[in-house]
Design a protein around this ligand. Sequence first.
Ligand SMILES: O=c1ccn([C@@H]2O[C@H](COP(=O)(O)OP(=O)(O)O[C@H]3O[C@H](CO)[C@@H](O)[C@H](O)[C@H]3O)[C@@H](O)[C@H]2O)c(=O)[nH]1
Ligand SMILES: [Mn+2]
Length: 731
Amino acid sequence: MMMEKRDDHLFETKSAKGRSLFHLYGVSMFVSTCMIFVYRVSYFEERYWVYWMGLFLSEIWFTWYFFLILVIRWNPIYRYTFKHKLSLRYGEDLPGIDIFVCTADPVIEPPIMVMNTVLSVMAYNYPTQKLSVYLSDDGGSDLTFYAMLEASKFAKIWLPFCRKFKVEPRSPQTNFHTPPLDHHHHQWQSIKKSYEEMKHRIETATELGQISEEIRRKHKGFHEWDSVSSRHDHQTILQILIDGKDCEAVDIEGQPLPTLVYLAREKRPQFHHNFKAGAMNALIRVSSRISNGKIILNVDCDMYSNNSDAVRDALCFFMDEEQSHNVAYVQYPQSFCNPTKNDIYSNNLSVLQEVELAGLDSNGGPFSIGTGCFHRRDTLCGKKYSQECNKPDWKCCANDTKIEESREVLEDTCKILASCTYEENTLWGKEMGLMYGCLVEDIITGYRIQCRGWRSTHFNTERKAFVGLAPTTLLQSLVQHKRWSEGHLQIFLSEYCPYLYGRKKIPLKLQLGYSLYSFWTVNCFATLYYISVPSLCLLRGIALFPKISSIWIVPFAYAFFANRAYSLGEFLWVGGTIKGWWHDQRMWVFKRTTRTTSYLFGFTDNILRLLGFSKSAFVITAKVAEEDVSQRFEQEVMEFGVSSPMFTVLATLALLNLFSFIGGLKRVVLDMQNEVLDLFAAQIILCGLVVLINLPVYQGLFFRKDLGKMPSSVTYRSIVFALLACTIAAY
Ligand SMILES: O=c1ccn([C@@H]2O[C@H](COP(=O)(O)OP(=O)(O)O[C@H]3O[C@H](CO)[C@@H](O)[C@H](O)[C@H]3O)[C@@H](O)[C@H]2O)c(=O)[nH]1
Ligand SMILES: [Mn+2]
């Protein structure tokens, strides 16, 4: 009986293997850190108590942080779906899916890219009458609208082609990159040709920056732009480009097309638009009127669907009779197609996504990280979990509202839902939809859903479900990370702090998991201390670590090297390279040390924000780069180029360590009794490693001639700062 039941499931869960080895490693790390504490207390150097206390506090901090890392990794789980059973059981009786694609700027998010994303999700292997795709354009651009119009036409040949030959991936641009298998070569050629022509039309318009009269005449929708004064000040623009209920909306084979809607919500200077969260909430309301799909999928405009079965896979988690009752959202990892082999800016985040999210899954459910997340509509709108009403009627038709309105009337009624004033005095942004006021709107929204009693699921497939673009310069990478870590800190400092608000609502393990990311920021102080003070003390001749001949060096060495070895192993396990790991270590240092600059500003920012004086801003990540910039990116040459306080900090620290390292070596050479080496070996090694990891910074400062080198203003400033610090330290 039991066996039979299990056979029925639409998905299964497996624990990761080899956990006992990991647990052993965890315990051994704890033993060694305890010994470090014993050493710090019993050999406390009173003369230099300031330096010692600092190090001691940093070490305590690292241990706490390591504990959180252990909690997250204790028992990762992995999910497997049986989607053939889904088809067997439900046939075509599947819920409606509303797919939300967000874009915000036609310049940094080119319309052609947005169009590819939209086409890739329109082409899901799913009953087309039950698919609706909504594009939210915060850029309010007729260029993007034009691209959607073209997409609605191209879909008529693209969808049948995908269906017939089961092509993957279904983003035309990527698909046409690789030559096809023989059997559909001819058709491929002809479709590719029409794609290229369309691409040319869109790109010409984009370059011109405006839509020609000839095109404008083709669709009434362009008239909406007659009254648009700027992207920050316009009425709601809403056009149903394909109405799935219209029986004339069919592809060249006569099959129905998915609904396609273009929306630019109303923007007025006096109303705050709440960035992506605001866009998503407008979409939730508009879509509820048009298609009202029970499942909502969000994708960023740069994340095309790479696996046409992703919807069916996700449904396995929502539609299992026994295990699905409390699943609110299913999160796929975000994969990226542009990082180079050794991922110089460590953008892949594979460890975070494949190890940590899987670990969080067993602790109560992974975060919602925005793009690639399938939500149950009602949980996204604030529904609480309860035992009784936990079995939704999935079989019920998708468009159960069945509004018999003409397209025009429907468009007009929906416009009100996307107006600036609609949300006034409502719970939108507070209890309903995505939450406002947080830089990581997706994380806090998912967290609030979990606090209402729901859980979530992490799911990863061999063939990546979503593939997007990662930042291509150092500064962008750092700025993106800044947004994320500030967002996480914001949650921690807000009334929703996981330790307080989350108590009794989510498991302790999950509270700790959330806090790990909030502490990214606090980490920067300990890291900064650890990579600057021991080096300066080396210059001055103050030993802060045990002698290399002493037994006490063992726990230090073990804690450091075992930890790094583990991180290397994990990195390789998720498919990274050794060089990639080295780059990851560098970015780890860079992210943490540059955080301090933003914290000199950012911390005050956060305080001001808490007091209500300033609003946080969402800095959109660029998706296109200049020719020479992308060339250097391909060659894995680090990009500095612009003058930023972040770079000044990086360069100052790099130089400071270089000077200290040289100073330390000088000491060793001048010393006849070999005592210095014994005393300072640990500090010299630490300092040497920092120098090693900073090699690209020295190159950028002194040896490069290209435009991506460190600007001279940064060079001068950092030399002055580093010399100043070293002089103070030495005398
Ligand atoms: O006012 C805005 C700003 C942004 N976006 C869209 O939000 C998405 C994410 O923006 P991006 O600049 O690409 O940020 P990333 O750091 O790459 O995004 C990650 O981090 C965000 C939270 O910080 C999440 O919302 C995303 O899903 C997640 O992929 C893009 O599609 C934008 O078009 C809007 O719709 N309106
Ligand atoms: Mn992005």
